[in-house]
Structures are given as structure tokens and as C-alpha cells.
Design a binder for this molecule. Structure first.
Ligand code: GDP
Length: 440
């Protein structure tokens, strides 16, 4: 996501690094370039202009300390301003500690609203909330079914009334259902339209007036750029909402929507999503995104993602095995599974600081993981535990069984042997504390 933007920022800021002094002349060149980057990213013209003004005011008054380069100083100023542009401190959704929390989702058709309601339900369920999804999109008939299917996938009940064309009543009845069934979190998926439409606004406003949601979230597709910002403005005037959800960031390399929406509509972005899968939901933190955009990575989100997905006990066991040089193919398989749960390899790699755009743009193929998995799964228990016994005929059998070539199998075993050697070496060097250093 936002690759193009990151790459351009990196290029401009690299030029500043290494220059001896921060002068009005050389920042004005940098500022001009940054303005270009923002406009190319489809950032609203006024927003770009104001951004450059703000950076200039901050930069000109600043002294360049001897311990930092002018490039670092301007990067820091831009980071601060970018964080501010994206919304400053960020804002999480309100959840009632007692009673029912109602979250209503509004937005145009196709923005990813229905998918997002399931993503949010999944996230809140993992935080031990008892969630009810409500299919109040009576306009698009397939939406009710879609929500039911998604609900099943995440094991969350879906409330709907067959043949009803009255979303207000559906929402009201759903709340009553939640009360009776002691469900404390209700997520209402409302109907969108292809374009801004008075009827849609009236409908959303009517549901809102009736159920008085704890949070109303406006969902918007980032790939629609400035149209997204304009529709947010229109909705804000007619229905009002508490926060914004930006979806499809995976398909948006430019970032115009995410960069300008906050400055144009005075409401915080609360979530972003960058993928169709239901685990693709992130609480939005302006500082982390600013860091990612400037090519500094987002190590905090990476760690959080890992913490969400990785079973701590398993990680500890792995650590013990690593320390005892007992890492085998079964452990390898477990690791691959953990990695896969964290998302695509590309999305994980792009969060690591210092990873250049070359690697980020490389064609990283998640299918490789599937291949490795299939090879290991074709090994016998004994072979996994004791890879030394993998002779020619065993390798041939594994290749055939997993639908891979013998070269694929050989390559994997070679890589595994090298990895084992490396682990042994690190263990030796770290005096037995292990490579992950999780525990003293
Ligand atoms: P709705 O009309 O607003 O309810 O939109 P849907 O939830 O039906 O989503 C429309 C399409 O966008 C579907 O094909 C979704 O799979 C897809 N979609 C939703 N969110 C994302 C996302 O973050 N990334 C990508 N690539 N696709 C998404």
C-alpha cells in the first residue's frame, strides 16, 4: 500500500541528506518537490499548500544541531507534520463498558462496508465482546446473504428480517434481539448507493435517529481518491459520523484519500483495511502510518500483529528448541503457519524499517510458502524429526507425494540444513541465550 508515495518521499528526502547546512534555498527546493509528491498523490490542492506552509514555518526557525544532518531534521519535521495531517493522536472507537454498544456503518455501495462489518465483528469478538451483525442493507439483496456467509465464517450471529424493506425496524428489532440474548455489541450494515443520493442519506439519518449509535462510522474506498474525500464531506453534512474507515489501501499506491480526508472532514480515521480477507483490519495510528510513508517502517504494528497471531506458548517452546539445537521440520512447519496467519509476506516485509522500495516491490510469492508446506507435509514423522535420513529415494517419494520436483525438495533440505548450521552458530556465540533472546 502507498508504495508510490513512500518511494517518492524517500527519493526527495535522500537528496537533502548529506548537505551541510539547512538554508532557505535548499529547503525551498525540497518543499517544492514535496508539494509535487503530494499533488501527484492526488492530495487536495489546498491541503498540500497548507502542508508545505506548515513545514516551512517549522523548518526555518530550527537550528541544525551538530549531531544530526539537515536531512534528518527535515525528515523529522515532515514526519511530525504528516502525523498531524493524518490526525495527530488518533482516536479509537468508543465501546460501552456496560450496556449495548451500537456501531452503525454507512457509505457508498462497493466501498467494502459489508466486508468491513465482518472484519470489525471478528476484531471485537477477539476482544471478548459478544457481537451481533445486523443486515440492514435492504437495497442490495445479495448483501444480506453476503453478511450471513461472513457471519458464519467468524461464528458471529447475523440478524435479518426476510423480505423486510424497513431498515429502521430491522435495526430496532436487532437491538431488542441483542438485549434478549445478552449480546453487548451490535454492528449495523446499512445500505449504500452507487452515488451520493438523498434517499440513502435520509435512510441512514433515520436509522441513526432511532438507534442512537455509540459510534457511526463512514466507510470509504481509498482507491477512489478525491471522490472519496468529497463523498465523506457530503455524508458529514447530511448524516454526520464519529469516525472514518478507509478500505482497499492495498490497491492504493498513491494515498490521496488517506492524506487529505482528515484535513477536509473534521473527523478522525479510526480503522484502515488493506485486503479482502477478514483479518485485514488495523486500528489507525497516524504516527505509525507517517513512519511507514517516510520509509521508516512500522515496527510497532508488526509486533502487534505478531502478538495477535502467535501463540506465546508455542513461541517459547520454539525458543527452547532453538537453544537446544533441536529445531526440526515440524518446527519449521509451525513457523510457516504463524507467518501465514500474520498476512501476506509482502505486507509483513513492508512494515520492517529500512526495507528499501526495491525489496518491497519485488515479486514476493506467497505460493513459495505453500510449496514448502506441502513438501514438509509429505514427509513422515521420522523424516521431519531426523532430516538426516532423507536419502535419494525418500526425496523422490516426497517430491511425487507433494506434487513438486525433486529439485524443489533438494532446495528446501539444503536451506533447512543451512538454517540449522546458522542456529548452532548463533547459539554458540550468544552463550546459549538463544537467537530470539525472549527470556533471560
Ligand atoms: P459494500 O457494497 O460496501 O457492502 O461492499 P462489499 O463489502 O461488498 O465490498 C465490495 C468489494 O470490495 C468486495 O469484492 C470486497 O471483497 C472488496 N473489498 C472490501 N474491502 C477490501 C479491501 O480492503 N481490499 C480489497 N482489495 N478489496 C476489498
Amino acid at each position: 500500500m502507498l508504495e508510490e508515495l513512500t518511494e517518492k518521499f524517500e527519493r526527495v528526502l535522500k537528496k537533502v541528506t548529506g548537505q551541510g547546512r539547512l538554508t532557505e534555498e535548499n529547503i525551498s527546493e525540497t518543499l517544492r518537490e514535496i508539494r509535487r509528491v503530494l499533488l501527484d498523490a492526488d492530495v487536495n490542492y489546498k491541503v498540500a499548500k497548507q502542508f508545505i506552509e506548515d513545514v516551512k514555518v517549522k523548518a526555518l526557525g530550527k537550528e541544525v544541531l551538530t549531531s544530526i544532518t539537515p536531512g534528518q531534521l527535515i525528515t523529522k519535521i515532515i514526519y511530525d507534520e504528516l502525523t498531524r495531517l493524518l490526525g495527530g493522536n488518533g482516536a479509537e472507537i468508543k465501546l460501552n463498558p456496560s450496556g449495548i454498544t451500537t456501531i452503525m456503518l454507512i457509505g457508498l455501495q462497493g466501498c467494502g462496508k459489508t466486508t468491513f462489518s465482518a472484519k470489525l465483528a471478528r476484531l471485537l469478538k477477539s476482544k471478548k465482546r459478544d457481537v451481533l451483525l445486523v443486515a440492514a442493507d435492504v437495497y442490495r439483496p445479495a448483501a444480506v446473504n453476503q453478511l450471513k456467509i461472513l457471519g458464519k465464517q467468524i461464528d458471529v450471529p447475523v440478524f435479518s428480517i426476510d423480505d423486510s424493506k424497513d431498515p429502521v425496524k430491522i435495526a430496532e428489532d436487532a437491538l431488542e434481539y441483542a438485549r434478549q440474548n445478552k449480546l453487548n455489541t451490535v454492528i449495523i450494515d446499512t445500505a449504500g448507493r452507487l452515488h451520493i443520493d438523498e434517499e440513502m442519506m435520509r435512510e441512514a439519518a433515520a436509522i441513526k435517529a432511532k438507534v442512537n449509535p455509540t459510534e457511526t462510522l463512514f466507510v470509504v474506498d481509498s482507491m477512489t481518491g478525491q471522490d472519496a474525500v468529497n463523498s465523506a464531506k457530503a455524508f458529514h453534512e447530511k448524516v454526520d459520523f464519529d469516525g472514518i474507515v478507509i478500505t482497499k489501501l492495498d490497491g492504493d499506491s498513491r494515498g490521496g484519500c488517506v492524506l487529505s480526508i482528515r484535513a477536509v472532514v473534521d473527523r478522525p480515521v479510526k480503522f484502515v483495511s488493506a485486503g479482502e480477507k477478514l483479518d485485514s483490519i488495523e486500528v489507525f495510528y497516524p504516527d505509525r502510518l507517517a513512519s511507514r510513508i517516510l520509509g521508516k517502517g512500522d515496527i510497532v504494528s508488526l509486533v502487534e500483529k505478531a502478538q495477535q497471531q502467535v501463540d506465546e506458548k508455542e513461541a517459547e517452546e520454539l525458543q527452547k528448541k532453538l537453544m537446544a539445537n533441536k529445531f526440526d521440520f515440524d518446527d519449521f512447519l509451525k513457523q510457516i503457519k504463524m507467518l501465514k496467519k500474520m498476512g501476506s509476506l509482502k505486507s509483513i516485509i513492508s512494515m520492517i524499517p529500512g526495507v528499501g522500495s526495491a525489496i518491497k516491490n519485488a515479486d514476493i510469492d506467497d505460493k513459495q510458502l505453500v510449496k514448502v508446506e506441502s513438501i514438509i507435509q509429505s514427509m513422515t514423522k521420522e523424516e521431519r524429526r531426523n532430516p538426516k535420513i532423507l536419502n535419494g529415494s525418500r526425496r523422490k517419494r516426497i517430491a511425487r507425494g507433494s506434487g513438486n520436483t525433486i529439485q524443489d525438495v533438494n532446495r528446501l533440505i539444503k536451506q533447512f540444513n543451512e538454517m540449522q548450521k546458522m542456529i548452532k552458530m548463533i547459539n554458540k556465540q550468544s552463550g546459549g541465550r538463544g537467537m530470539l533472546n525472549l527470556k533471560k
